[in-house]
Design a protein around this ligand. Structure first.
Ligand code: MG
Ligand code: ZN
Length: 182
């Protein structure tokens, strides 16, 4: 287990983790859960870099723009955001469960991904992407979290999350406490 002092960044999925339902919601309509702002604040208070990483294939259908998502994440105080705009049929390296967004973040921000944490609600995308680069994996039970652990468990059966959290805030609190930060 990495020490809090060694954590270089936390990557947070959007839909079903920060807010919403797990389905596409346009940035102008997206509402973070009540507790999400507290979670962001805790990370900022501890000086931990925070990045969004999200699949948004509706961008490829022109239903939203990358810029609108970047503005949304910037409004949360995130340090950067990594967005896959491609459709599932495009052959890109960034669509989760592929780890391209994490690798790009590591390159740009000079990160050791083994000292990074990934938080998301979908086992077959978020947890597999994290697993591919050796990051710490926290599954949240909001969004698709419960179905990821039940009817969809087969899709990521060889991977165990390091922790299963009720929600994003509990995930961050666990992380900070576990690492002796608070
Ligand atoms: Mg999600
Ligand atoms: Zn992509």
């Amino acid at each position: 287990m990495i020490n809090i002092k060694d954590i270089q960044a936390v990557f947070i999925d959007r839909d079903g983790t920060i807010g919403g339902t797990g389905h596409f919601i346009h940035p102008k309509d997206f509402k973070p859960y009540d507790f999400s702002k507290d979670a962001f604040q805790l990370l900022q208070d501890h000086g931990i870099k925070t990045f969004a990483f999200t699949n948004q294939h509706r961008i490829s259908r022109k239903e939203a723009s990358i810029q609108e998502f970047l503005e949304e994440f910037s409004s949360y105080g995130f340090d950067d955001a990594f967005i896959c705009p491609h459709s599932e049929n495009d052959v890109c390296g960034c669509h989760k469960p592929r780890p391209g967004m994490l690798l790009e973040a590591a390159r740009i921000h000079n990160l050791d991904l083994k000292k990074c944490v990934v938080i998301g609600d979908v086992g077959s995308t978020d947890m597999l992407a994290a697993h591919a680069v050796g990051a710490m994996k926290i599954l949240v039970l909001t969004g698709w979290g419960k179905s990821s652990l039940q009817q969809c468990r087969d899709a990521w059966k060889n991977v165990e999350p390091d922790y299963i959290a009720e929600n994003l805030l509990e995930a961050i609190r666990w992380l900070l406490k576990k690492q002796g930060g608070i």
